[in-house]
Each structure stands twice: as structure tokens, then as C-alpha cells.
Unconditional design. Structure first.
Length: 161
């Protein structure tokens, strides 16, 4: 069963507005490879006064790297933060697919260990057998156990298959 992922649609809609200024004065630059988004850069427009004028420049904010599995589904999204001279890892979303849905786990970067942590939060999306709704469960890791923090049923406007 092929699943349509809401986050993939969000990524593509953001890409369609790639170089246009938004109300919040952020600019986006998107890298595509084989019609897939592989990276997205976010810049904030800032004003720098100099003598009797003000210049507007773009300051890097975030970078998102995307990878895909063998069937072209989103596999990971890694978020980087700009420190003024380099990009540093911040967090990672990992997508795992099942026949009736998918899960997204969230890990954070440990600068001490120079690697991502084990997942600390996750969301599980499960399509109901009649395909009329999808169950969305949120979990947080407490010690070694996953504790459910929310459970929502959302109607689907179209099948996820």
C-alpha cells in the first residue's frame, strides 16, 4: 500500500513558494534532485544600518536535508542550525512505513556524543480499515517506556492508498 504523507505535501507546497518573500520576511532556497526535494535552506531578511542608509541582507537560519527510501518515500529529515559560520545538526525525523500507516520519530543531536539520540518522541498514523479516518497517536519516551500523550481520530478526505 502506497501512502501519501502530509509532510511530503507540505514540503512541496513550501517549495512552490521557494524564492518569494513571505510576510515574516523569510526566504527559502530548495535543492531538487530527480524531482525530489533534497535540501531546503531558510534565510531571514535582516536590516543592517550603515552610515546614512540601511541594507537588507539574508541571514541563514535553518537547513533541512531530506532522504528517501527505495520506493521514493520520505525516509529522514535532518534539521541544521546556522551558528554564524557553520551548519550544526539539531534534530532528525525518521519515517517508518507499515501497510496500514506510518510513524515519525523525533531525535535530537548530542554535541557531546556527536550523534543523534535514540528517538524521544513519535507520532503513529494508522489508517482505519474502512479508510474513512486515520488515527494519530503521540508518544513521549519516559525512561525506557513509550507513554501515549494524545490519541486523535481524523477523517480522511481521500484514501491514503
Amino acid at each position: 500500500m502506497n501512502l501519501i504523507i502530509a509532510t511530503a505535501a507540505i514540503i512541496m507546497s513550501m517549495c512552490m513558494n521557494g524564492s518569494q518573500i513571505q510576510e515574516n520576511e523569510f526566504y527559502y532556497n530548495t535543492e531538487l534532485e530527480n524531482n525530489q526535494v533534497t535540501a531546503k535552506y531558510v534565510y531571514k531578511q535582516v536590516s543592517i544600518p550603515y552610515k546614512h542608509t540601511t541594507y537588507k541582507v539574508l541571514k541563514p537560519q535553518r537547513k533541512y536535508d531530506y532522504t528517501y527510501d527505495a520506493t521514493d518515500r520520505l525516509a529522514t529529515q535532518v534539521t541544521y542550525k546556522w551558528d554564524g559560520s557553520n551548519w550544526y545538526p539539531e534534530s532528525r525525523l525518521t519515517y517508518i512505513y507499515a501497510t496500514d500507516g506510518y510513524s515519525v520519530s523525533y531525535s535530537v543531536w548530542s554535541s557531546d556524543m556527536q550523534r543523534f539520540s535514540a528517538p524521544i518522541e513519535k507520532m503513529v498514523y494508522t489508517q482505519q480499515p474502512d479508510q474513512s479516518s486515520i488515527q494519530i497517536c503521540n508518544y513521549k519516551l519516559h525512561g525506557s517506556k513509550w507513554i501515549q500523550t494524545s490519541n486523535v481520530m481524523a477523517p480522511t478526505t481521500h484514501n491514503l492508498s
